[in-house]
Design a protein around this ligand. Structure first.
Ligand code: MF3
Ligand code: CO
Length: 249
């Protein structure tokens, strides 16, 4: 499958989808507090998405049973919102996508609930900053590998681990399009970036080893060594004026 180039009109639609995702993520962050039952977040998303006439992209995707992924502490990605109760100091990653007029926007963020445990703020800050680093390199004429390399270098220089088994991706009419966007690797690899490419960049970062394991629910991905993890994701478009983040309010 080739990389699909989006028109300006299509990117405008994706920007609208992105604004709904960003506003809904902000709503979810407001809900997070000790005592919250995680499943409640799925209900909030359903209500918000109905109100804004967008579809929950994740629901039913390869059988995924919810509208949002909620991954806590040593869970990296794809946590299913269930009976779990949020505790003070939890490191909570929220991953959300919606479909508007046939186009998808995909975004994730990590927050710490209440007083942070030692070292956790640094983990979250470095993950967010590594995404910013990746975005900075998402320019027409650059190789895709420059994004990957910038993200990996930023994270590893600060002593954290970069998840290998899960990667970013092209996004458009499908949530996962070509190309894959690894958060590691040499800068002279991959396709040359062009105006109209839309990518979801999503570094997943661990406090310890980067190796992962999947839980018996067939979705939740945890760190193998039980160390904490963080995840940030934006959907971005390559334009003549540089990278444009679409998943913003
Ligand atoms: N944002 C995730 C990704 O980019 C998608 C979550 S998987 C799903 O791969 F099944 F929940 F949709
Ligand atoms: Co994604």
């Amino acid at each position: 499958m080739p990389i699909i180039i989006k028109s300006d009109d299509e990117i405008a639609i994706m920007r609208h989808a992105g604004s709904v995702v960003a506003n809904t993520l902000a709503r979810l962050v407001e809900e997070l507090r000790p005592g919250l039952v995680v499943k409640g977040l799925d209900k909030v998303v359903r209500k918000e998405f109905e109100k804004h006439h967008v579809l929950p992209t994740f629901l039913g995707y390869h059988g995924y049973p919810a509208t949002v992924c909620v991954s806590v502490n040593d869970e990296i990605v794809h946590g299913i919102p269930g009976k779990r109760v949020i505790q003070e100091g939890d490191v909570v990653s929220l991953d959300l996508g919606c479909t508007y007029k046939g186009f998808v926007a995909d975004s994730a963020l990590t927050v710490i609930v209440g007083p942070a445990k030692p070292g956790t703020e640094k983990l979250v800050d470095v993950t967010r900053e590594s995404l910013d680093e990746g975005i900075r390199h998402a320019r027409a004429g650059n190789r895709l590998g420059e994004i990957s390399h910038a993200i990996q270098t930023y994270i590893e220089a600060r002593g954290f681990g970069v998840v290998r088994e899960y990667v970013g991706h092209g996004v458009g009419r499908a949530m996962h399009e070509e190309p894959q966007v690894p958060n590691y690797g040499p800068e002279d690899r991959g396709p040359v970036l062009k105006k109209g490419m839309v990518l979801a960049l999503e570094p997943m970062v661990t406090m310890g080893d980067w190796r992962t394991k999947q839980m018996n629910d067939n979705w939740t991905v945890k760190t193998m060594d039980g160390s904490l993890a963080a995840h940030f994701e934006h959907t971005i478009a390559i334009t003549d004026d540089g990278p444009q983040v679409l998943t913003v309010p």
